[in-house]
Design a protein around this ligand. Sequence first.
Ligand SMILES: [Fe+2]
Length: 389
Amino acid sequence: MIYCQTEWLLIRDMEDADISELSGEAENSEEAVRYFRKQAGHIQSGMCTGLIAFCQGQMAGYVYLYYRCKWGGLGNQGFPGIVDLYVPEKFRRKGIGDRLMDIAERIALDHGDKVYLDVGLNSTFGSAHRLYARRGYIPDGRGCYYEEKVCGVDAPCINSDELTLCLVKELVKHQAQRQQEERSMRQGYPSREAAEKILQEAESCNPGPWGAHSRCVAECAEKIATACGDMDVEKACVLGLLHDIGRKFGARHLGHVYDGWKYMEWLGYPEAGRICLTHSFACHSLELYIGKFDILPEQEAEVRETLERLEYDDYDRLIQLCDAIGTAEGVAAMEDRMQDVRRRYGNYPEEKWKRNLALREYFEERMGRDLYSLLGEQERTRQGTRPKG
Ligand SMILES: [Fe+2]
């Protein structure tokens, strides 16, 4: 099964043919081959799922999820356990470990109300410690383990991979939270709280001013939707928070549009995915895209075909407008934003320029008031005082 497929990342079930690729990373490849063969046997006998990630064709990580794990702190108690998460050094800090964990935890939820793992205490596990803490794993409270047994006070031990801590994550949510999630799936976008979490997690993968820009867009969208009187205010805010979520996967142009669209669809939020796609095409035309076409030809065809099929609604138009005025530092004059893009990219299509102004007029008419007075900003077109996000 394929769990995630973007231009730069593929995550799927492990296959026997992956063994040479998996063991290629190891210092002792013979021993590694034996280990991965044994794991392949466990997959075949239905004890676990093995997930493998590829980044542009290269093996970029793996993890095993045992449904009733036998090893470590909560071993043999019927709980699912995450075993041997690994991401090669050169692929770290790209969110691959998180994606593998997202999928493993989702599978674990079918097998129990909590999931656990054992992690070594030495410094080679430093980035894993941070990853697990961020994801809500807490120690089981029994102190450290040495060679799979609780290590007593003052007991001799060596700070090898055998000195570990057992970390546990509660997977079962409160009923209200579950209902909220189901509602989010039905409506095609997450709650505001969940959207903020998705954004925060994405920013940790690729920090930059885009996070503050997204919050500014969300705030503008919320105010405009409120002033319109007949729009869903929470939806407007959530779509604003997530419109640039494709930046989680790196600084790309059309790539961030495509990745955001696919990522949201993968999480089960097609309405948010749609906005990741439409926010960059106020003119409804791929040809007028100003940045680089840094996606594969077949992905470009997919974007073109989907755009042609979509009829824009007021949420598409709202986020297009807010994207044209929201910066990382706050609201800016639309003309300033467009001039800035023209300066950075060398051009700004006339049609797009006019379209943005028309969007502003459209919403001003709908609200019955001036956009900038609503947003509590003086229009700064002529002063041009705002830095750009
Ligand atoms: Fe944006």
